[in-house]
Design a protein around this ligand. Structure first.
Ligand SMILES: [Zn+2]
Ligand SMILES: [Zn+2]
Length: 128
């Protein structure tokens, strides 16, 4: 039955997503633990020290922003507190948004599309 086959496919997809998420969580946990063994528990930006309970506020930043790049010597990692980590990433986004005309183009695209689809509807009405 087609319905049953679709249901099974859905189930499989859900399982795959769950597996990928588990794998991601496991990997994140393992590189964080490795980074915490390698480096002193100090934020690389503000110099705040961490221990015990507030250690969970200390996060691993990937210098090249690629979470799959985890060399064993830790050369792509930097320990940052959540605040500095946030800051680091918003700075990265800012740089993306200020260079070139890409954001303007993106903004124009949907309205152009809408205009054309409206025109399309008008033409159809005339034909009928
Ligand atoms: Zn910090
Ligand atoms: Zn980061």
């Amino acid at each position: 039955m087609p319905d049953r086959a679709n249901g099974e496919k859905d189930e499989k997809r859900k399982q795959t997503i769950a597996e990928v998420r588990r794998e991601q969580a496991r990997r994140e946990k393992s590189y964080r633990e490795r980074a915490l063994k390698l480096f002193p528990w100090v934020c690389g930006r503000c110099g705040r020290e961490f221990s015990g309970k507030n250690l969970r506020l200390l996060t691993v930043h990937h210098k090249d922003h690629n979470h799959d790049n985890n060399p064993p010597d830790g050369s792509n990692w930097e320990l940052l507190c959540v605040y500095c980590h946030d800051n680091e990433h918003s700075r990265y986004l800012d740089a993306e948004w200020t260079d070139g005309s890409a954001p303007g183009d993106k903004k124009n695209a949907p309205s152009t599309y809408k205009a054309f689809s409206g025109l399309d509807a008008l033409l159809k009405d005339k034909k009928e």
